[in-house]
Design a protein around this ligand. Sequence first.
Ligand SMILES: C[S@@+](CC[C@H](N)C(=O)[O-])C[C@H]1O[C@@H](n2cnc3c(N)ncnc32)[C@H](O)[C@@H]1O
Length: 289
Amino acid sequence: MSASTDDERRAFHEQNRRSWNAVTPAHQSHKHDQAGFLRRGGSTLFPEELELLGPLEGQRLLHLQCNCGQDSLSLVAQGARVTGVDISDAAIAEARALSAESGLSAELVRADVLDWLDEAAAAGERFDRVFSSYGTIGWLADLPRWARGVASVLAPGGRLVLLEFHPLVWSFDAQGKVVEPYFIEGPLHEGGVNDYVARSGDDLTPMGRAEGVEGFVNPEPAVAFQHTVAQTVQAIADAGLFVETLREYPYANGCRVFDGMERLPDRRYGMPSGVPAMPLMLGIVATPR
Ligand SMILES: C[S@@+](CC[C@H](N)C(=O)[O-])C[C@H]1O[C@@H](n2cnc3c(N)ncnc32)[C@H](O)[C@@H]1O
């Protein structure tokens, strides 16, 4: 699960920074008029995260691994005071441009979340909500450190909201055959982050879809990490947080994990017809004790 040294962790994360920098222009090329969408009151958020986050008006919200800021700025539109952090230079540049064009204001910072959390805690920054969703913790080499960092910036009465794809889904190939162990220690050396936005039809582009870049191949490899449900919950508990909500969802938001999945309302996907349900997303709410 974890990188063995801090130097190793940094090297893995820097590799991922390069991979995300390379893929970001391709992802963005498929999203039509994002600023107009946000200005007209559009939102890229799903009901599941909004339910777990609760009321947001006036809340200080830290959005970890905020990518190009669409969700961060949708959260601003819900009344939150948002700080977004992401390691990718390209993603943060896009997020800042979208903030300026949409008129939705957020603090958007380029940093490795593990370093940033330590610095923010030392500087006395505190948040009412720490939010991370859809394809985030699997890029982190040290989840216990992440959880401790989250705990150190949560204000009294605050909450961590993590909404992720269920780690079990990565054990299957697209045809539903088990091809990887669920329990994997250590880094997974993958190809580069792919252009999943191009492959997702209109699932990830509620703002409207543009044709964009075709046939993108990422020259920069990435490094991922499998964090099981138990490892994730344990890291959060060991950081001194109380897990008050733990959810498993029989559908995936915006992501066709398997071939032939059934499209449900609101850009969700359920298991293919006739295939037994299994957990496809994991939701956690944890609070300071
Ligand atoms: C799948 S995207 C997350 C999407 C996000 N839920 C959103 O609001 O659009 C994963 C993001 O994690 C970022 N990332 C990966 N490793 C990171 C790290 N160590 N620190 C900060 N950001 C990281 C990547 O740059 C990428 O933008």
